[in-house]
Design a protein around this ligand. Structure first.
Ligand code: ADP
Ligand code: MG
Length: 365
């Protein structure tokens, strides 16, 4: 869509209401649980009988959480919904309804916005999520995206961070560290050709897959006692489970699931593969704890799932803290804290953290 002078049409040519109409026109037919979606003062919908409402919100700011130099508007649309879907999955619930608020810089083209919506709505369709509303404003600064996602979970099947017990086994889906290394690759300046391994890692960063089926199954079969999605990094998110559950944990470095691509790309980048996996960030895998008697059922599910499941450690009493068993003895966990937006006390001391902050500008969460 171009103006007569050939320049692409900008948001200001469309206006707020034109934009909302444009969004509405692209939506598929709504399910019968929705009484009113976009177009009124509020949306109205019903939950399935007996289900609990599970809600999550994420704010994504250009320059802090994402960077158009390597993330296309299409992938941004996908990712901004996927990271919320991952939070609902980590509760053992199913995503249902989304609300999307945008503050859009005037310089943004309609074509980019259309691409954003293509990614967002494709992801919504894949998980049977209906977009029911939102808010739209101009932004004098960066693009900002706020997604609210409502899901539903069966009573008793919803899994919290606070349920871990000493003696539980610790598991994680998929592989860890791919996204962090993918980000590093994206930031390598002047790089022209990238290998298939690098391509894979970049995709893991830009186009994460939330583990919805996996999280729901673990919750609905009552197999797990605590769960979280790995967004800040394995150690940091394990810390959240330990804090909320008032427990400690022991991790075995040898057991961390590493992709062949991560192993290959770590060589030559002065990166130690297992350290990248421990620190990670934006993996969007599920970390969960389960009593030992459920081990064989969880392993059987892991063999069925494409992403797989790995047993990586055990929950311990609070007094023992978090212990990492390295290849040659214990490793100090304080060396590997996840990202903290405000450089809180947990991350202050670590040089790695500062370095990461400087190069990255932030994490998605
Ligand atoms: P109000 O002024 O009553 O808040 P708006 O004019 O902001 O209403 O919005 C009109 C309708 O369009 C509402 O249903 C709202 O949820 C929806 N809407 C606004 N912005 C978006 C957006 N970015 N994505 C989806 N729906 C939106
Ligand atoms: Mg409004």
């Amino acid at each position: 869509m171009n103006r007569p002078n050939g320049r692409p049409v900008k948001i200001r040519d469309l206006g707020e209401f034109g934009l909302i109409a444009r969004i509405k026109d692209r939506l598929p037919t709504l399910p019968s649980s929705v009484i009113k979606g976009i177009g009124d003062d509020a949306a109205v919908s019903s939950l399935s009988p007996g289900k609990k409402l599970v809600t999550t919100v994420d704010l994504l700011i250009e320059g802090v959480h994402f960077d158009f130099s390597f993330l296309s508007p299409y992938l941004l649309g996908r990712k901004s919904l996927s990271v919320n879907v991952s939070d609902i999955a980590a509760m053992g619930a199913a995503p249902k309804f989304a609300f999307l608020s945008l503050a859009i810089p005037e310089r943004m083209s309609i074509a980019s916005l259309d691409e954003f919506f293509r990614g967002f709505l494709e992801t919504a369709a894949a998980y049977r999520i209906s977009l029911l509303g939102g808010d739209t404003s101009a932004s004098p600064g960066p693009l900002s995206i706020n997604v609210t996602l409502l899901g539903e979970g069966k009573k008793g099947a919803i899994v919290f961070r606070h349920g871990a017990k000493p003696g539980d086994d610790l598991y994680v889906t998929g592989t860890l560290g791919d996204s962090l290394l993918g980000l590093k690759i994206a930031q390598e300046k002047g790089k022209k050709r990238i290998s298939p391994e690098e391509e894979y890692l970049l995709d893991r960063h830009c186009n994460p897959t939330p583990r919805v089926r996996e999280g729901r199954t673990l919750g609905e079969r009552r197999l797990v006692r605590s769960m979280i999605d790995v967004s800040d990094g394995l150690l940091s998110d394990l810390g959240h489970i330990c804090e909320e559950s008032r427990v400690g944990a022991r991790l075995w470095v040898e057991r961390l699931p590493l992709s062949p691509a991560l192993r290959a790309a770590a060589v030559g980048r002065k990166a130690v593969d297992w350290q990248v996996a421990l620190q990670g960030g934006e993996d969007y895998e599920l970390l969960f704890s389960a009593p030992p008697e459920n081990g064989s059922r969880i392993q059987a599910l892991g063999r069925k799932w494409k992403c797989g499941v790995s047993s990586i450690g055990r929950i311990a009493p609070l007094e023992s803290g978090i212990v990492i068993e390295g290849r040659n003895g214990p490793v100090d966990p304080r060396l590997f804290k996840g990202y903290d937006h405000f450089g809180g006390p947990k991350s202050k001391k670590s040089f790695r953290e500062k370095e990461r902050k400087a190069s990255r500008g932030g994490s998605w969460k």
